[in-house]
Design a protein around this ligand. Structure first.
Ligand SMILES: Cc1cc2nc3c(=O)[nH]c(=O)nc-3n(C[C@H](O)[C@H](O)[C@H](O)COP(=O)(O)OP(=O)(O)OC[C@H]3O[C@@H](n4cnc5c(N)ncnc54)[C@H](O)[C@@H]3O)c2cc1C
Length: 304
């Protein structure tokens, strides 16, 4: 899609640094795969974001909103239209008493550390998740018994009509790796948590211990998007995949990790197509051998 005619308009709204043409998505996903996005927009303020969304709507340009790309599989053919990346620049964290308000781009690790340093507990589980707040709230990311929803009080969003509103967490329909943000197509601007007080040393020890468990069990030295599949009820995707003898199985440069069968990893030269085909193959074998339908947790963007 040729969007050259809009370049000057976007530059006037975001500055030269806020717009990139033909941007390789491999540089914006933790899988390190994916073709070119026609246009990437990097707003640094809420006003900038709303203005570019208005132009995209007026001009009927399709767009995807992403955070730090740690749960994405982007087509090798790239993405037509625009990618709006909400990460650096919209990452402020504000702590007052036990109330933590953060912007969408805040890295979870930083959020967790700042909360711990302020004597607040409850976010230690998120210290090893490589995403940003917006993506994590959207996915209701979780680990080691904690989930984003646990201490969330409200989420600040842009709605379909480009209105900005603060929605109570209770109205967000959170469940396992799901929130209303997906169906309502909200764009998360930020979120507020009310956290219990805790001892910073204990918090830091807890976060370090959970991160050590990750390093021990997960293939963190290879590009991936974390767990490829959602946890099926009463079971674990990794256990089922391993029981089907698929540990180490590969297609092209994509492999079912030898260290943790729940992770598909990029061995270094994978295309998104390899990862996609491996996902389909694993699903098929697990269904045939165990009768369990695995559902990808990873979000796929573009044509597959
Ligand atoms: C090594 C590794 C370990 C991981 N461990 C975990 C784990 O323990 N638990 C877990 O839950 N996940 C885990 N993940 C997956 C991932 O980190 C989380 O899902 C994370 O919350 C995604 O955040 P992100 O900013 O990278 O979002 P992205 O991957 O950029 O986007 C994910 C989804 O959120 C949407 N989205 C992003 N930002 C916004 C926004 N501002 N408004 C609306 N929608 C938005 C996107 O459209 C997309 O659908 C892991 C990933 C890796 C690579």
């Amino acid at each position: 899609m040729n969007l050259r005619h809009l370049t000057a308009r976007f530059v006037s709204l975001l500055g030269e640094a806020g717009i990139r043409e033909n941007e390789p998505m491999a540089a914006h996903t933790t899988f390190k795969t994916g073709g070119l996005a026609d246009l990437m927009l990097l707003p640094r303020t809420e006003e900038g974001l709303v203005s570019v969304l208005r132009v995209l709507r007026e001009e009927n340009i399709p767009y995807h909103v992403i955070g730090r790309g740690s749960n994405l599989l982007v087509s090798d053919e790239g993405l037509r239209g625009a990618v709006v990346k909400l990460a650096d620049g919209m990452d402020n964290i504000d702590i007052c008493g036990n109330t933590v308000t953060a912007q969408t781009g805040a890295a979870l690790k930083v959020l967790c550390l700042e909360a711990i340093r302020a004597g607040l507990a409850g976010l230690e589980f998120a210290g090893g998740i490589p995403g940003a707040l917006g993506g994590a709230v959207c996915m209701n990311a979780g680990a080691y018994g904690g989930e984003m929803k646990d201490y969330l009080t409200s989420v600040r969003v842009i709605g379909r009509g480009l209105e900005i509103c603060e929605i109570p967490a209770s109205a967000m329909d959170f469940s396992y790796r799901h929130s209303a943000i997906m169906e309502k197509e909200y764009i998360v601007l930020g979120a507020t948590f009310s956290l219990p007080f805790g001892d910073p040393r204990t918090g830091m020890e807890k976060m370090n211990e959970l991160n050590a468990r990750r390093r021990e069990k997960q293939p963190l030295t290879y590009p991936s998007a974390g767990s490829t599949f959602k946890r099926p009820q009463g079971n674990y995707a990794g256990t089922l995949i391993e029981s089907c003898g698929l540990k180490g199985f590969s297609i092209g440069g994509a492999q079912v990790s030898e260290k943790h069968a729940g992770f598909i990893i990029n061995m270094g030269n994978a295309f998104s197509r390899d990862i996609y085909e491996l996902i389909l193959y694993v699903k098929e074998v697990v269904l045939k051998e165990t009768g369990v339908v695995l559902e990808p947790e990873v979000k796929m963007l573009g044509e597959f």
